[in-house]
Design a protein around this ligand. Structure first.
Ligand SMILES: [Zn+2]
Length: 423
């Protein structure tokens, strides 16, 4: 079987699998709710959440079919080789030609994606009351992300190509070392370098909330100097909180929307969950796993990259690094899907542990009520299909999280449900 056949087969198989999962998920939408979940949505709002799920799944069906058609056309009509011809004619220098190739590819995909992105933001999110973005923010975000991609992508790609031409055999090892250092650097400085381009972060002001958070951090022996509030409300009414950085650069970031939606005790519970991630070393573990994955990918890449058949599979007369890289990325995608399944399994396990941490400090009821509010406010699906969850979800579903928290508290909470869970 030729590489071309395998590439086309992979792309079609991935599309079909994703459509089957969407179908299964849709069928589950009208399932009856377990008693633990009844009443967390008002009836009207629950219908709205089902409608939101349906709208998004129709939208994703259209956009993924469109993408499939574009990629197949590119493959059958030799589009990748055509773009590569333009790039190699523009630049004699091999590094510049590779950069030009990926730049053209990137802008074509951006032009194709922007209408979908506009529809998703200004039609779907708008209709369901989530969108807070105006056209100006949307345009600014798009242009900023282009500039960022050109600068970062350009630097990374030039260094990878340079390593390839300098050190053919050990290319994967040098590239791996470089990407690992870059990953660690970005983890440390993400909040200082990238976030300010898109959002305003302000230290959480003194007051009742700050005091409650400090008290909890002191109680559990967590040194917390950096608590920031981010203006997520500039784009969406959905709420979130996250932990970022390493060592003394670590910080907890709360969305302003989270502060508006939750009570002080609920926010402390969410924070306890985030501290739980840190105490269980999930951030470090996640980084190590992603570095190992990168190493595996570059090693396998080094076995294939010099094979001229990768380029000819995309319609080239003369093999080039960039075409081989594109062909490789498609051939590698089943492996990367398996790796992401594995990462999701670990991530869901970590979420239970972080919930357990908050529960251990007596915040189980507050955490459950926070999770319920966050679920309702983002119109989340209460009954996704198990297969869909297994493949795509990095967090367990609400029901599973509630049941896991109940089991930690030995049912104490369940019995006092009426009083304890409502805030
Ligand atoms: Zn978490």
């Amino acid at each position: 079987m030729s590489f071309f056949t395998i590439i086309v087969a992979i792309i079609i198989a991935e599309y079909l699998i994703s459509q089957v999962l969407e179908q299964l998920n849709s069928k589950n939408r009208n399932q009856e709710l377990p008693k633990e979940l009844q009443g967390i949505y008002e009836d009207e709002k629950y219908r709205k959440s089902q409608e939101y799920g349906k709208t998004n799944s129709r939208f994703s069906a259209v956009s993924s079919l469109f993408q499939l058609v574009v990629v197949l056309l590119m493959l059958f009509l030799g589009g990748f080789a055509y773009i590569d011809n333009i790039a190699t004619q523009l630049f004699e220098n091999k590094i510049l030609a590779t950069l030009a190739f990926f730049a053209i590819l990137y802008f074509i995909s951006e032009i194709i994606n922007i209408p979908f992105s506009i529809y998703s933001t200004f039609v779907i999110e708008e209709k369901f009351g989530f969108n807070k973005m105006n056209v100006k923010t949307f345009v600014a975000d798009t242009v900023k992300s282009w500039i960022l991609t050109i600068i970062l992508g350009g630097i990374i790609m030039s260094i990878i190509v340079w390593f390839y031409y300098q050190t053919t055999d050990l290319f994967w090892l040098y590239t791996w070392a470089f990407i690992s250092v870059f990953t660690i650097f970005m983890t440390m400085f993400y909040s200082n370098l990238i976030v300010p381009l898109f959002n305003k972060q302000t230290p959480l002001e003194e007051g009742e909330l700050r005091q409650a958070i400090n008290d909890f951090a002191t109680k559990v022996g967590f040194k917390l100097d950096n608590i920031y509030v981010i203006d997520g409300s500039k784009r969406s009414s959905k709420a979130n909180a996250y932990f970022t950085g390493l060592g003394h650069k670590k910080r907890i970031v709360l969305y302003d929307t989270l502060i508006n939606d939750l009570s002080i005790n609920e926010i402390v519970a969410v924070l306890a969950h985030e501290i739980g991630h840190y105490k269980h070393k999930h951030t470090t573990l996640g980084m190590i796993l992603s570095i190992l994955q990168t190493g595996l990918m570059f090693y396998i890449l080094s076995l294939f990259i010099s094979n001229p058949e990768l380029s000819t599979a995309l319609g080239a007369d003369k093999p080039t690094f960039e075409l081989a890289l594109v062909a490789f990325m498609i051939l590698f995608s089943p492996i990367s899907t398996l790796l992401s399944l594995f990462m999701n399994i670990i991530s869901r396990k970590n979420e239970y542990q972080a919930d357990g941490y908050a529960a251990k400090y007596g915040l189980a009821a507050e955490l459950i009520s926070a999770l319920k509010k966050l679920t309702v406010n983002s119109l989340s699906n209460l009954t996704p299909h198990a297969a869909y969850v297994f493949v795509y979800y990095s967090h367990p579903i609400l029901y599973q999280r509630i049941m896991a928290i109940y089991s930690i508290t030995n049912g104490e909470l369940q019995n006092t449900k009426g009083g304890a869970i409502r805030d």
